[in-house]
Ligand binder design. Sequence first.
Ligand SMILES: NC(=O)c1ccc[n+]([C@@H]2O[C@H](COP(=O)([O-])OP(=O)(O)OC[C@H]3O[C@@H](n4cnc5c(N)ncnc54)[C@H](OP(=O)(O)O)[C@@H]3O)[C@@H](O)[C@H]2O)c1
Length: 247
Amino acid sequence: MAWTCLWTAASPPFDIAPKISPPSTLRRSHRDRARAGKGRAINFNAKEYENMSYAIAGFGAVGQALARMFARKGIEVAVASRRQPEALAPQATVIGPTIVPKTLKDALEADIVLLAVPYGEHREVAKARANWKGKIVIDVTNSLDDLGGVPSSSVVARALPGAQLVKAFNHLPARVLAEDPAINGARRVVFLSSDHESASATVATLVERLGYAPVNLGKIAEGGQLVQARDGIWGPLIFQDLFKKVQ
Ligand SMILES: NC(=O)c1ccc[n+]([C@@H]2O[C@H](COP(=O)([O-])OP(=O)(O)OC[C@H]3O[C@@H](n4cnc5c(N)ncnc54)[C@H](OP(=O)(O)O)[C@@H]3O)[C@@H](O)[C@H]2O)c1
């Protein structure tokens, strides 16, 4: 797959390919790398990706938009909130048969957890597990609080010791995230930033499986600032609904 250019619906294509990193070659997650031998980067095969489990913590506007992405591709995902699974079941059924309501505790057993709760609730979700080691958490939250210049995802990462955090899916409104990401041979862009390269590569693969085009911005405190909300000020890439042609 070759990556050519990005454009918005409102503007002609413009070539930014030299400025961005294509998704890295696939590497095993932290846990698998540890199993295989420290520091060794080994490609996942398709079967291993199929066997990964996913959960969405938070089943409001964004949680349901994320669930639609999984439903569109027939990928099973657990969904959870503070309510009991039965309370989420009617909406889950509307979205699709691969959306499985669970208790928060059970949902957080998944390999990859998408955090889609209000920013202030991330600590409550963090407390629901004694140990986050080996998990990848995709941080979809935005904070309008003044965090003294610290990226909100760095604060979330600190609350989840052992987890590898990747910031993604936070830059678009829920109603846009719920739309089909494939338009005229191009795919809607999802920005990734993380301090963990292997987790970022794993999430890039998920993003591709869901039908989006991952664009790696680098570390959270560096490229991640482009998708950071700060005391009511949006990073320049927030709300940028870009598409990437896939050849
Ligand atoms: N809305 C957007 O367009 C948009 C876009 C990008 C990113 N975001 C970010 O995404 C996050 C969610 O936004 P939203 O608009 O989806 O909010 P929302 O509609 O209010 O939904 C929040 C969800 O989180 C659940 N929740 C709250 N506290 C929880 C806890 N402690 N444990 C488990 N579940 C909990 C709520 O369910 P219960 O009350 O049943 O627990 C609800 O399902 C926010 O951080 C927001 O900044 C929003």
